[in-house]
Design a protein around this ligand. Structure first.
Ligand code: PMV
Length: 349
């Protein structure tokens, strides 16, 4: 291992189809979730390391976001490195300069914590592989997924191409609460190049963090039913990913999005992350689907922005619909076009 060097990884964000909402223990999910990675929403993180001449007991990090020193994020990263030092004993031997940038705007309804924690954990695993024992490909990504989960739960689903599952579920033999697994075998060709256009309806910071939302599930009156429903939806989604039945796919995906927000609205205290435009767009999507018999659907994250999902063959008419009917609801007419992605890549060593 060199005394100094640089490791750069790019990791995508992901969007959940069956949602994770509620956690226990150290970032373990209360139910299994399924997502896919995006091809046009990623974080690139460079980790520059320099070995200390003397052994230090403190972890030393300089953290830059978009080229600017960012004290506020530094603390979160430092805390994460402290936790990582139980997995990587070399972290106190180096000084780190971390530079990170997203290719999509902050607060855009795309989970930047997922891509950011994914890219960081890949960099650390990469370093771990150079200093300690090298890992085979499967173990490498599994470890990165495990470590990303400790930074932000849903980040563990950003480490593979295509679709991932996180959380133990009876229908997936190798599933685990501790890391996500790729689930791309037997996926129907209708999902090839599947689209996700994110409409940026409201770019402001959300009023309630997902950590608070996860916490509120612990005493939620619908908690047990929710976990059961999520489990059933995983079983149903597995089937429709295999048989390509988009009619049922739409039913599951939209029910999951609305259930997530219904859980927020029925928490104590209650909170609402929808904006009036979110509801306007949902109604327009339903009307468009009825009128055109297309297979356009929506999903939502913990925020006001709407993800529009559709198969490749509907692209032309959906893009036309977005331009003609939906842009008026977007802040400054902004939206981001994505499709199902190929997962993380290493940029240099
Ligand atoms: O990973 P967190 O703690 O930011 O939680 C994310 C939860 C949702 O995005 C709302 C759903 C999901 O499964 O990604």
């Amino acid at each position: 291992m060199k005394e100094q060097g640089k490791i750069v990884w790019q990791c995508p964000s992901n969007i959940a189809l069956v949602k994770y909402w509620g956690k226990r223990g150290n970032q373990l999910p209360s139910n299994a979730s399924i997502s896919f990675v995006l091809d046009n929403a990623h974080t690139t993180t460079s980790i520059e390391y320099r070995k200390h001449s003397k052994k230090s007991s403190d972890i030393e990090i300089e953290f830059y976001f978009d080229g600017k020193l960012k004290e506020s994020f530094s603390n979160r990263v430092l805390k994460y490195f402290e936790e990582m030092s139980t997995h990587f004993n070399f972290l106190r031997d180096y000084h780190f300069k971390i530079d990170t940038e997203n290719n999509f705007p902050h607060s855009s309804g795309i989970a930047s914590s997922a891509s950011a924690m994914g890219a960081l954990s890949l960099g650390l695993c990469n370093m771990g592989s150079m200093i300690n024992e090298p890992l085979g490909e499967k173990d490498f990504y599994q470890k990165a997924s495990f470590l990303a989960r400790l930074g932000s739960g849903s980040a563990c689903r950003s480490l593979y191409k295509g679709f991932s599952l996180w959380g133990e579920h009876k229908d997936f033999k190798n599933s685990s609460d501790e890391y996500a697994i790729p689930i791309n075998d037997n996926i129907h060709s209708i999902y090839n190049n599947f689209k996700d256009t994110v409409l940026l309806l409201h770019k402001g910071e959300k009023e309630v963090s997902s950590s608070t939302g996860h916490e509120l599930i612990k005493n939620h009156p619908f908690r047990d039913n929710r976990f059961q429903e999520a489990g059933k939806n995983i079983t149903r989604l597995k089937k429709v990913l295999e048989n390509g039945d988009l009619h049922e796919f739409i039913e599951i995906v939209e029910a999951e999005a609305l259930m997530l927000h219904a859980l927020m609205m029925t928490s104590s205290p209650a909170f609402i992350l929808f904006q009036p435009n979110t509801i306007e767009v949902i109604k327009k999507v339903w009307a468009f689907r009825k009128e055109t018999k297309s297979q356009l659907m929506f999903t939502l994250d913990a925020g006001a922005n709407v993800h529009l999902l559709y198969p490749e063959y509907d692209e032309e008419k959906v893009v036309e619909f977005i331009k003609n009917d939906l842009l008026v609801y977007c802040e400054n007419g902004s939206y981001i076009r994505n499709e199902i992605g190929n997962g993380p890549i290493q940029i240099t060593t």
